[in-house]
Design a protein around this ligand. Structure first.
Ligand code: IPE
Ligand code: IPE
Ligand code: MG
Length: 248
């Protein structure tokens, strides 16, 4: 952690927590065992993010497409989500963590939705890390919802077409209250976005690691942040333009 420049931390880190199933199968276990072990990584990474001073952490826990997995895995995951969230809320609250959920939550069973609502309400006033869980989330779903939302407002006459800007559009997304992630991490050696935050990741630095999610720990997070800090973020400009005026 001494290697990190605390003045150059990403405000928001997003993680595609991938590889639970393969991790379990590699040791002759059921895929669900991998998901249970993945929860330990979540706990460690949340602790580390708090300690490092990250302000927003988004974790991709379940995609809209994941509903198509075998029924047994889906049911097992839902039970795991509800049990974990319910069990972890007191500790999260104690650590001043604010919990939020994004995604098509209407697809969740009502008892699961109720558990998420309770957890959100319980931690709503906290001012430390904002932990955002993407659950039943798909970026295309989110973008289509935002487009529908804006079209409805135009039709109702509450806004005009000129009112649709990058700012107002991003205010229609489920992430409207959060800054865009500057760093996106995907574990387990897959090099794709899998329908995650397509709009918000426009200028994020992407970091891929072979490490499977159940093996991901604080050191791996620090390594990713350190890699992020070594990059030059140009946002379309040239390197020269990024120099302070007296060094040009
Ligand atoms: C990520 O691990 C967790 C979820 C998608 C719910 P996977 O379950 O995708 O694990 P692999 O990629 O099959 O190994
Ligand atoms: C992405 O992982 C979704 C989550 C980590 C929740 P997947 O394992 O579902 O993605 P693909 O199918 O490999 O693209
Ligand atoms: Mg996967």
């Amino acid at each position: 952690m001494e290697n990190l420049d605390l003045s150059k931390l990403p405000k928001h880190i997003a993680i595609i927590m991938d590889g639970n199933g393969r991790w379990a199968q590699e040791q002759g276990q059921d895929r669900l065992f991998g998901h249970y072990q993945g929860v330990i990584s979540v706990r460690k990474v949340v602790e580390a993010a708090t300690e490092i001073g990250i302000q927003y952490l988004t974790l991709y826990a379940f995609s809209t497409e994941n509903w198509e997995r075998p029924q047994e895995e889906v049911t097992g995951l839902m039970t795991l989500f509800v049990d974990t969230i319910t069990k972890e809320v007191p500790d999260l609250h104690k650590n001043n963590i604010r919990l939020r959920f994004i995604g098509n939550l209407g697809l969740l069973p009502s008892h699961a939705r109720a558990a998420l609502d309770t957890a959100t309400a319980h931690t709503a006033q906290n001012t430390g890390l904002t932990l955002i869980i993407a659950l039943s989330y798909s970026s295309r779903w989110e973008l289509v919802e935002a487009a529908k939302n804006m079209a409805t407002k135009v039709k109702a006459g509450s806004i005009t077409i000129d009112h649709i800007t990058e700012t107002t559009f991003s205010e229609s997304l489920t992430t409207s209250e959060f800054p865009d992630p500057e760093l996106m991490i995907r574990t387990s050696g897959e090099f794709r976005i899998s329908n995650f935050l397509l709009y918000q990741l426009a200028y994020a630095e992407l970091y891929f690691t072979e490490t499977r999610w159940p093996d991901f720990r604080k050191d791996d997070l620090i390594k990713a942040i350190s890699d992020f800090q070594s990059r030059e973020r140009r946002f379309g400009k040239t390197s020269d333009q990024l120099l302070p005026n007296d060094e040009k």
